[in-house]
Design a protein. Structure first.
Length: 185
């Protein structure tokens, strides 16, 4: 490990190693796994990492949509900490935002922010489909929507490959940048 890390950073790295080992993402320890199962273990580890990233991106974009909606209805004058102290905002969050799913939030944002670029809308819709596939099926490649490819795809690329993930990550960075620069300021 690189020198110059603070004690806190070293502690976090140690905890990361332990957590990754506990959840089976410790590919660096593959030689300690049964020889016959190593390929399957590595493939499962890659799948878990990719599914995790898809869900993180979905959750992050969902949260940015929440913030854009809140700014529309509550203005930009107060910080989120101050808003959370009000019953009105808590109720709005608990009973309205929490009951909307991603595409409903997108449609709501489009009612007050009409000019969301088409490629951003398309990428959010693809993210929603992909997240639903990996969240509800251990083998999303077996779902009917992916039957013609025989694999879970994102824009025609197998999501469980470096090429597919790079395409996905680049698109999600563009969506995130849009929300950060246009809707959450």
């Amino acid at each position: 490990m690189a020198s110059g890390l603070t004690p806190k950073q070293k502690k976090i790295i140690k905890e990361l190693d332990e957590i990754y080992a506990a959840i089976g993402l410790d590919y660096w320890n593959i030689e300690y796994y049964d020889r016959e199962s190593r390929t399957a273990v590595l493939e499962l580890q890659m799948r878990k990492a990719i599914v995790g990233e898809i869900i993180v991106q979905y959750t992050l974009i969902d949260e940015m949509m929440n913030w854009a909606i809140c700014r529309h209805f509550f203005g930009t004058g107060r910080s989120s900490i101050k808003l959370w102290r009000t019953k009105k905002f808590q109720n709005f969050n608990y009973y309205i935002l929490e009951s909307l799913y991603l595409l409903q939030k997108l449609k709501l944002i489009q009612t007050f922010r009409r000019r969301i670029p088409k490629n951003i809308v398309e990428d959010i819709c693809l993210l929603n489909d992909l997240r639903n596939a990996v969240a509800h099926a251990f083998f999303p490649e077996n779902l009917r929507r992916y039957k013609k490819w025989g694999k879970a795809v994102y824009k025609g690329k197998d999501i469980f490959t470096v090429e597919g993930m790079n395409l996905f990550i680049n698109d999600m960075e563009r969506v995130n940048d849009f929300f950060i620069n246009k809707l959450t300021r």
